[in-house]
Design a binder for this molecule. Sequence first.
Ligand code: MLT
Ligand code: MN
Ligand code: ZN
Length: 306
Amino acid sequence: MYIRILGSAAGGGFPQWNCNCPNCTGVRTSSIRTSARTQSSIAVSADNKSWVLFNTSPDILSQLQSFDKLQPHRTIRDTAIVAILYVDAQIDHTTGLLMLREGCPHHIYCTDMVYQDLTTAFPIFSMLEHWGGNTIHTIACDGQSSFNIEKIEQLSFTAIHLDSKAPPYSLHRHNPHIGDNIGVFIKDNHSGKSLFYAPGLNVISDEVKSFMHQADCVLIDGTVWRDDELVKLKISNKLASDMGHLPQSGKGGMIEVLSDPKLNNSRKILIHINNTNPILNEDSEERKILIKNNIEVAYDGMDIEL
Ligand code: MLT
Ligand code: MN
Ligand code: ZN
């Protein structure tokens, strides 16, 4: 299985256009060791030819340009993307679909709740009816039923509900539903290798743990280092947990979760990293703690082969 990190930052990207936090200033002025990052998306393939796009970030056009395998130029209009899979309906994960309107209809896989958000409060699916619409496949997220995607049958996909948050704009932001956020377990049926992808989660349930333990690579929520990161920087009064993200540090944090001996043989990679997170600075103490714990930090253009 081939995994390409198209965008490794959380909403806003890195640097964020209106942000002067130490990291955003540091990357803008090249005064810290780091690299700029676009918003959260990956592409997955079994044969290096047909790709499933996970999420359509606002940065989609530059992400597609940055990865030439997505443009095989076989016909006058062409793409190697055979399907799009959404892990939630967040703006940083969905807006780019509007930029792909020339390619409608797309095969789109999402839960009923994501379908509902994208046809009501943020009706991009409905809008795109005017460009030929899309073929929407709604998926269960019970952690049991796996599904296949045409042209990429070598991979099987299992979605699992995650406790996180529906988008801020959602009609049910404060009334959580199963399917607002999912993690996806992807298994390559030839090699037997697997990936667990969960860029937004707050609670590590036993079910989440069991998928993590089965996976050869865990690509997981790396939004913030501290729960009160945005409060300390006077950016917001919201805690990470209010926004549906588990911080890396502290008791029960992601570092502790990833230190489980059952994950000793797996690659552990943080993704969806907010621009405020000190781990973006490669010389930071926090980054050193990750290295000590064998935890990697995703970057744009990173290739993972399993
Ligand atoms: C999140 O990951 O919590 C959201 O992308 C936040 C947002 O849309 O601003
Ligand atoms: Mn996000
Ligand atoms: Zn910033």
